[in-house]
Each structure stands twice: as C-alpha cells, then as structure tokens.
Design a protein around this ligand. Structure first.
Ligand code: ADP
Ligand code: MG
Length: 489
C-alpha cells in the first residue's frame, strides 16, 4: 500500500525516465529464416527447424531487416554503423528453443540520434536516442489459457525486432506518451512496423527513477517491463514516481529491480531484483557474417524514404498556409496525410481541400468504421469537386448534401459531369444572369430608385428575387457582383 504523497514533497523531486521500445518489423519472413511472420496464424505452424534451432541448422540474414533498421536510424537522425555484428544472448526459457537470442550486443546499427517533440508551450524538446539495434523475438508463453498447463506458441520465434533506446531525458509521463505516440506514427509512416500495441507489435519497457530537484546525480532506477499500451506506460510512470518518493521520504532505499505493471490495479509489482540479473554470456554469433552498410546502401535508403510526418507538417503549414492544428489533424495518420498531399497536387485550393478531408471525408470514415484506404473517391476527384465549389460551379450546400454522396456511389464518375446530370450546376452565364436581373428591376422600379438614392440594403431583395427566378441555381457571388454593377451603372 502506498501512502499518498503530499504536494510539497512531490515538488521537491524530479522524475527521470528512459524508454526501451521493441518494434516488430512487418517483413514477410523472419530475421534469419524464410518462415512466414503472419500474425494470428494457428499456433506453432510457422516453425521450421531453423526457427526451432535444431542442431545443424544455419541462420541466414533477411536483408529487409537491415534496410528497415537503416530507415528508422536515418529518420531518428542517427549515425549508421558500417560494420554490423551479431551476438548470441544466452538464456534458458521454454519459449526460446534455441537457448539463445541473436541480437546486436556491442554494435547497434544506429546510435546518437534524436527526436524533436513540440511541447504544449510551443518549445521544442529534443529527446536523445541512444541506439537502435536489430534482434529476434522469442516465442510466446501463455499462462492463463489453460487451467493446468502453460501453453507455448513458437510462431513468434525469430520474428525481427528493432529495439529503440532513449537517453534518460524524459521528465514527465506526458512526455513519455508524446514520444511513444510520435515513434509509433514514425514506424507507421516508414512502413516498417504496424505499431499495434494490443497485438504486441510495439512493446515498451520504462526505466524510472526520481531524484531531488537540483541534484546532478540520477537516482536508482526501476525497470517496468513489457507494457502494451501508451496509457499503461504513463500510468506505470505516475505510479512509480509516487511509490519511489514515498520510499525515499520514509528513509528507505530504492531497489534496483525489474517490475511488472498490473493494468487492473494500476500499480507495479516486483518481478526480480537486479542482483539476480541474468548473466547472458554474450559471444559473437559464429554463424553470421558481419553485415556491411555501405554509403551507397545508406543513400539508396535515404532516396527511397517515404515522406515523414514532420516534413509533411512543415509543408502543409508553410507552402499550403494551413494552421498548425489543421496540419496536425491531416498528418495524424499516414493514409490521410498522403491522400491530402495527393489531392493538393491537383488544385491550389489548399485550405478548401483540407476542410473537405477533415470534414466530410473523415466523417464518412468514422461513420463507416473504415479507414482511409477504403474511401472510394480518389484524391484527384475530390480536388475536382473542391474546385467546382470554389469556382462557383455548384454551391457548397449542394456539394455536401448531393454531389458528395452521389460521388461516393459512383466514384468513377467525373464530378462536374455528375453535377450536370443531377442539375446541380449553378448559373454562371453572365448574359442569362443579366436577363434575370433586368426582370427583377422591371418588377421593382421603386426599389431600384431607393437603392440608387443610397439604400444599399435593397441588394438583398434583388438577390432573393433573382435566386427565385433562377430556381435557386444562380452563382451567388457572380449574381451579387452583377446586380451591383447594373445598379451602379
Ligand atoms: P541497463 O544496463 O540496466 O539496461 P542502460 O544504461 O542500458 O541500463 O539503460 C537502459 C535504459 O535506462 C535507457 O533507456 C536509459 O536511458 C535508462 N536509464 C538509465 N539510467 C536511468 C536512471 N537513473 N533513471 C531512469 N532511466 C535511466
Ligand atoms: Mg535494459
């Protein structure tokens, strides 16, 4: 039981956090064999003798894993190592049939990077990335599926992982959440990990300590293992912060230990102390040659790099003149950002397209519980629809209420032809509008005189009459301009 900490005590302490994330790569085959990696396959069906580590089998490196690691390393502004070695990390566990995990021990592929995070106050917080390294996953033990036995699924054995480690720069649970959200978004933009934390394709260990404010030294840290939601990580940090301060305030010491987060209770409990830490007896993996990452390889990866959220955000706010908020909404997911990016290649009405994407398009996605890739209208077609409205071809109301739904049903149709067929086109023909205006003036001679003697408010009446005569189809902007010209002239 933890005693609540008084505000004054909390103010005297500072939180220090460093995060370790394991990201499962979406490569089609495993890190060192051609076994498939599909999630959700029947247990123990993706397990060749290589995965099972039978004697005499040899690992063969999947080069896509290295490529993905370079991608992430570059996106995190890291230095990329040229000569990459692999090591064996030895331990015995039922879900590790080989008896060791292949990892990069002393030679992580990417080091000394950073991620810039925009704070609520507008300041940029630069979180340092210590390293990114390649390794393989272990199998999955399930202790709660069967009343008597633990069950083991070895499909996950050998699935490639990138481990991403930060410096102990994080000072709040909110910052930790922001970093994890950004990292997940980055992994998705890079197309290397689906970032699905519930399915375990992104897992996080949090290293947490506290120290007296102003102290130059870090306190003893506790490591909370394997959390599978950002919310859990934040809760674990908040809980540890309070627990550790309470211990120190009672004059006790913090044990260097590994803990687990209990999602039900919202607290953490000790798993093992660091004194009992495993000795993994690392040694160089004798069956794998070092992989050389040449300058050519690096620059090829750089050239093929997809657009990243930070770049798109910058482009949307500067070139397109969108607000930070709008640009943030549009870059939240890669699919929406790329759709918008594609649409603005076809029109200059940047803000109008943004409103369409954030409004009717997102509503459609939400209402149908689908994602952007299921949205039937092409980016080009949406841009055309947008131009039709912006250039007065049809009214905004008609576009939202009639044309957009019709286009959803017939996405192959040209928006302007469809609008024609549905009789939605506004009257933009000046001679037709002039004829209608003259009719209005003939019917209201005394109002015309009133207008000319200064009652400019009469314009509303003329507009209303003209609209009626056009069957509601006059282009309002054009008609107003024309009425004014005719009355002034
Ligand atoms: P270990 O050898 O125990 O794994 P490392 O030095 O490799 O420790 O660091 C692992 C993680 O712990 C890194 O993310 C690092 O930023 C973080 N870390 C290190 N010291 C502290 C500390 N005192 N408080 C919080 N996090 C820390
Ligand atoms: Mg560690």
């Amino acid at each position: 039981m933890i005693h609540p900490v008084k505000q004054t005590e909390e103010h005297a302490y500072e939180l220090v956090v460093g995060l370790e994330v394991h990201a499962q790569l979406t490569t089609r085959s495993k890190a060192f064999s051609s076994d498939p990696t599909e999630y959700g396959a029947a247990p123990n069906t993706q397990v060749s003798p290589i995965t099972l580590g039978h004697p005499g089998t040899l690992p063969l490196l999947n080069h896509q894993v290295v490529e993905d690691a370079i991608r992430l390393g570059l996106a995190l502004n890291c230095h990329i190592r040229e000569r990459n070695e692999f090591a064996r990390k030895n331990y015995f566990y039922a879900d590790l049939p080989k008896g060791y995990q292949i990892t990069q021990h002393t030679t992580p592929i990417a080091t000394e990077g950073f991620m810039d995070l925009k704070q609520a106050d507008g300041q940029v917080f630069r979180l340092r990335i210590t390293r990114v390294h390649m390794e393989e996953d272990a199998g999955k033990s399930m202790h709660d599926q069967d009343a008597f036995d633990s069950l083991i699924d070895l499909n996950r054995c050998g699935v490639p992982l990138l481990e991403i480690v930060t410096e102990p720069d994080i000072r709040s649970a909110a910052q930790a959440g922001q970093y994890l959200t950004e990292l997940r978004r980055l992994l998705r933009y890079l197309d290397i990990c689906d970032g699905n934390m519930e399915e375990g394709s992104m897992r996080c260990d949090a290293n947490i300590s506290v120290r007296k404010k102003g102290s130059a030294q870090f306190g003893t840290k506790v490591e909370v293992k394997n959390m599978n939601s950002i919310r859990h990580v934040q809760k674990a940090i908040e809980h540890e912060y309070e627990r550790q301060i309470a211990l120190l305030e009672r004059g006790e010491v913090i044990n260097s230990e590994t803990r687990s987060f209990d999602a039900g209770r919202g607290n953490t409990f000790a798993l093992r102390s660091k004194e009992q830490a495993n000795d993994y007896r690392y040694f160089p993996e004798p069956d794998l040659q070092p992989v050389m990452v040449t300058e050519e390889w690096k620059s090829a990866v750089r050239t093929a790099m997809p657009p990243l959220p930070a770049e798109l955000l910058y482009d949307f706010t500067t070139r397109c003149g969108l607000s930070e908020y709008d640009a943030g909404v549009l870059t939240e997911t890669k699919e929406i950002a790329l759709y918008y990016n594609d649409a603005i290649a076809h029109t200059k009405h940047f803000k109008a397209v943004a409103n369409w994407v954030m409004g009717p398009v997102k509503s459609w996605i939400n209402a149908n519980a689908l994602s952007m890739k299921d949205f039937p209208i092409s980016a080009n077609s949406l841009a055309r629809l947008c131009e039709l409205v912006e250039e007065g071809g049809i009214s905004h109301t008609a576009a939202v209420q009639k044309l957009f739904p019709a286009l959803l049903n017939e996405p192959e149709e040209d928006p302007s032809e469809l609008a024609n067929r549905m009789g939605l086109q506004q009257v933009q023909d000046t001679s037709e509008l002039t004829r209608l205006a003259q009719e209005v003036f003939m019917a209201w001679p005394e109002k015309v005189a009133a207008y000319r003697s200064g009652k400019k408010g009469m314009i509303g009446l003329f507009m209303g009459e003209l609209m009626k005569k056009s069957g509601g189809k006059a282009d309002p902007k054009l008609a107003t301009k024309l009425l004014e010209e005719l009355l002034e002239g």
